[in-house]
Design a protein around this ligand. Structure first.
Ligand code: SOE
Length: 378
């Protein structure tokens, strides 16, 4: 018999759908002690919340997140709101004794993130941040290879996350779906939205980052604001590139933009070690490119590992070897790991405290872009 875990989800956008899909499907594929129950969804617009609840099978609807957090029948609060609400909701949910699953990035900045960590740690409630790309099987496999020492000493880490959806100057900022362009709601632009993913994966694979040197640009300086109706200054970074040093001595470059015409969501990374290199590309997410210098000379080559065998991470839970899974499965894996962590007492990451590391790098990157200097990640 599984134990029900009542979920109260706040927000119902793109991430609301990915998380709901994960809760709905996780027990079909993973053997777990707990089973999420879609208890309530909360959004200000009651009609939209009701339509979402009906489509995804939520049992009830709230229009005030404070009411949802106060409900006795909610065990876990899932925060899928714009970034500027993460801290307030998470702190209230922790005080109410709820587990918290928070969409990335953790917070608007380090100060807020720290308060969130203190709140969940004081309350002793399980917590996690949805950095889903760690749980692409090929990425998890990369981590196994690194941990086994197969790459040897790591010299270089190279990551990019490219999009092109904000090039038009006619695109407004603010409000539903477009809050990512509004600094008051998002905190930052590509740094918090896209580079945060790259940084989370990088820290997970290659350890802590010690110093950064960044540049950012806002190509479209003013946009109509959907909430005020006025043309307002754009406060987010449209593009950001930074150099950094990892604590293990390796050097790295990171680049992200929403102005790379032709790219919709191209997240790639490459890691070069003394014995071997690996490359991964979100557009071919089930493959890991592998080059091993220890292979005898004439046969030495880049190879493409199709990460779909039962012995690859997560894959034994899905179909038969050779058949692929996709983007949405990374959220199912995260839900499974979170639930497994409740049973084992070994929390799945990144916890709020671990995700604070990414937030520290993001803050250092933005600070370096302003000052034009190298900044230490504290
Ligand atoms: C932005 O377009 C976005 O949806 C991010 O917010 C997600 O975190 C990323 O995974 C895909 O792109």
């Amino acid at each position: 018999m599984t134990k029900p875990l009542n979920i109260g989800m706040i927000g119902y956008g793109f991430m609301g759908r990915t998380h709901s899909n994960a809760y709905a499907n996780v027990n079909h594929f993973f053997d777990l002690e707990h089973k999420p129950v879609l208890k309530a969804v909360c959004a200000r617009d009651e009609a939209k919340a009701k339509a979402f609840a009906e489509k995804w099978g939520y049992e009830s609807v709230e229009t005030d997140w404070k009411k949802l957090v106060a409900r006795k029948d909610i065990d876990a609060v899932d925060i899928c709101t714009p970034n500027n609400l993460h801290a307030e909701i998470a702190i209230a949910a922790a005080k109410a004794g709820k587990m918290i699953l928070c969409e990335k990035p953790l917070s608007m900045n380090v100060a807020e993130g720290l308060e969130m960590c203190q709140a969940v740690e004081k309350a002793g409630v399980p917590n996690i941040v949805w950095y889903n790309y760690r749980r692409v099987p090929a990425v998890t496999f990369a981590r196994q290879l690194i941990d086994e020492g197969k790459l040897g000493r790591i010299f270089h880490y190279r990551a990019v996350f490219l999009q092109d959806w904000t090039i038009s100057a006619d695109l407004p900022q603010g409000g539903t779906a477009l809050w990512r362009l509004d600094a008051a709601a998002a905190g930052s632009g590509v740094t918090g939205d896209l580079l945060a993913h790259c940084i989370d994966t990088a820290i997970w694979l290659n350890g802590s980052i010690s110093t950064v040197n960044a540049m950012t640009e806002t190509f479209v300086k003013e946009r109509k604001h959907n909430l005020t109706g006025r043309v307002e200054k754009v406060g987010i970074d449209d593009a950001c590139a930074f150099l950094c040093r990892f604590k293990n001595g390796s050097l790295a470059t990171f680049e992200s933009t929403r102005y790379a015409r032709g790219h919709k969501a191209l997240y790639t990374f490459e890691i070069n070690g003394e014995h071997a290199s690996i490359k991964w590309d979100l557009h071919d997410l089930h493959r890991l490119q592998w080059f091993d210098h220890r292979t005898p000379g004439p046969l030495r080559a880049w190879s493409s590992i199709h990460v779909t065998d039962g012995e690859h991470p997560y894959m034994s839970k899905w179909w038969v070897p050779g058949l692929q899974i996709g983007y949405e499965h990374t959220f199912v894996h995260q839900a499974a790991d979170f639930l497994e962590g409740l049973s084992s007492g070994q929390p799945a990451g990144p916890t709020f405290r671990e995700a604070l590391e990414t937030q520290k790098v993001c803050d250092a990157v933005l600070s370096s872009a302003k000052s034009g200097r190298w900044v230490e990640v504290l």
